[in-house]
Design a binder for this molecule. Structure first.
Ligand SMILES: Nc1ncnc2c1ncn2[C@@H]1O[C@H](COP(=O)(O)OP(=O)(O)OP(=O)(O)O)[C@@H](O)[C@H]1O
Ligand SMILES: [Mg+2]
Length: 422
């Protein structure tokens, strides 16, 4: 923090974390007007349901939904008054309905606790739910460790599909579903909320078949729970994949997916200007890096705002730790440091062979490409290019983007920085 204070800021103006459900978050949010309006229309069209928010990595999905939740909490623009979900529920494979339900219940409870504070302790019915969460966590941990709890029910529970799942001894998934329903009733009747937000995240890293399984197993929970808004945060193209693979699942959604594109360049400039003004402690505090550097990072990452913020933060910290008494960093110094940092990160990729590096450099030169472009890389078939693609994807050296039905690939920003010819 000291680094920023010395430069005249009370905090890092390039903080890479998602904007929170808070006044600060809402002050720093660059409007996504049409998407916000669409979201609000969907909310006003039903008392609960499913909404998909899609977008490339680090584009602003969590921030977008957090600010919508804040608007709800403040009842702005006729938004329904819904209990926010301050942290996202992370979905992972294999899909485990019990764990998802437990996580949802405990996130809802935490949100309630942070809004109602001590009042929650006086509520017997909520206390009972809190005990149930504790008991479920305990039994699920001991179940994972292979320990059986005496007197527990355990067993297999079918959840809205022919597939069955084993649940930990002691608490069944159905008990958690009932608790969710109860909680929803209590907060409506006693605390005036109209419903609950649940944010399901991490669909980016779930395989297509995992996503289909999630909807298969959670179908009844998603569709039949009253007054729950299930918000799914996912990579671009998931919804159309679902339409292809399981129309039953895609039909569960309210409205079209909300697709967040990267913020246009002038908006990024505005976002930074806003943060500089918001965090500065001295009127004359200058942005620590020139705007041209931000622009360069914008170009190489195709507008991934989180990448831009992360790299600027790394750059400032690295530079200031070496030269603490200098003022703002100039363009050449900044570029040199960025490239050095990129080189250091790439050096850690010890599993790459000489030919891997050659192909990677060609990919960085190519900009965007598809498997059918294998000849550019001096390869014999799309299949052989695919092998490199898979390897680089796993190492986060490459990103995949969906355009219609086609998958397009592009090198990560660091790879481009490293190979940038200048
Ligand atoms: N509309 C916006 N206005 C201002 N800053 C934003 C906006 N959207 C995103 N940001 C900033 O961009 C960064 C990334 O945002 P966020 O974490 O919401 O992206 P994400 O799409 O959820 O990422 P991931 O794919 O990892 O889940 C954060 O620093 C956040 O503060
Ligand atoms: Mg996110």
């Amino acid at each position: 923090m000291q680094i920023w204070e010395k430069m005249g800021f009370r905090d890092n103006p390039y903080d890479k974390d998602s904007l929170e459900v808070s006044e600060q978050g809402s002050n720093l949010f660059i409007d996504r007007d049409s998407e916000s309006k669409y979201f609000q229309t969907v909310l006003s069209s039903a008392s609960g349901g499913l909404v998909m928010v899609e977008g490339d990595v680090g584009v602003g999905k969590t921030s977008f939904i957090n600010i919508q939740q804040y608007q709800s909490l403040k009842k702005k623009d006729d938004m329904p008054y819904l209990l926010p979900c301050f942290e996202t529920v992370e979905i992972c494979e294999p899909i485990d309905t019990f764990q998802i339900l437990l996580s949802v219940l405990s996130h809802c409870f935490q949100a309630l606790e942070s809004i109602l504070k001590d009042e929650i302790k006086k509520d017997d019915r909520l206390n009972e739910i809190s005990r149930l969460i504790g008991q479920s966590i305990l039994s699920s941990l001991s179940w994972q460790a292979g320990v059986s709890i005496p007197g527990g029910a355990g067993g297999s529970v079918g959840l809205g599909s022919t597939k069955t799942q084993t649940v930990p001894a002691g608490v069944s998934a159905q008990i958690l579903i009932n608790a969710l329903d109860n909680m929803q009733k209590i907060i409506r009747e006693k605390y005036g909320f109209e419903g609950v937000y649940v944010l399901l995240n991490n669909l980016n890293v779930i395989s297509d078949s995992g996503i289909v399984a999630l909807f298969d197993r959670m179908r009844d929970i998603f569709v039949k729970r009253k007054n729950f808004w299930w918000i799914l945060l996912a990579r671009k193209g998931i919804f159309s994949m679902m339409e292809r693979e399981s129309s039953r699942a895609s039909e569960m959604f309210n409205g079209e997916p909300i697709v967040l594109a990267p913020l246009p360049w002038p908006e990024i400039e505005r976002a930074i200007d806003l943060r500089i003004k918001y965090f500065r402690t001295r009127e004359d505090a200058e942005p620590p890096v020139p705007i041209e550097i931000v622009h360069l990072l914008y170009d190489i990452s195709k507008g991934e705002i989180r990448y831009i913020f992360k790299r600027i933060t790394d750059l400032v910290i690295n530079f200031k730790s070496k030269y603490p008494s200098t003022g703002a960093i100039n363009y050449d110094e900044a570029l040199l440091t960025l490239r050095q940092l990129a080189a250091e990160r790439l050096k850690e990729q010890r599993s790459l062979s000489k030919t891997d590096w050659v192909v990677l450099e060609k990919m960085a030169d190519a900009g965007e490409f598809r498997p059918k472009d294998f000849q550019w890389f001096g390869l014999k078939s799309a299949q052989s290019l695919n092998k490199y693609i898979q390897k680089f994807l796993e190492l986060n050296l490459l990103y995949r983007f969906e355009e219609g039905k086609a998958s397009i690939y592009r090198c990560a920003g660091d790879v481009k920085l490293y190979y940038q010819k200048k």
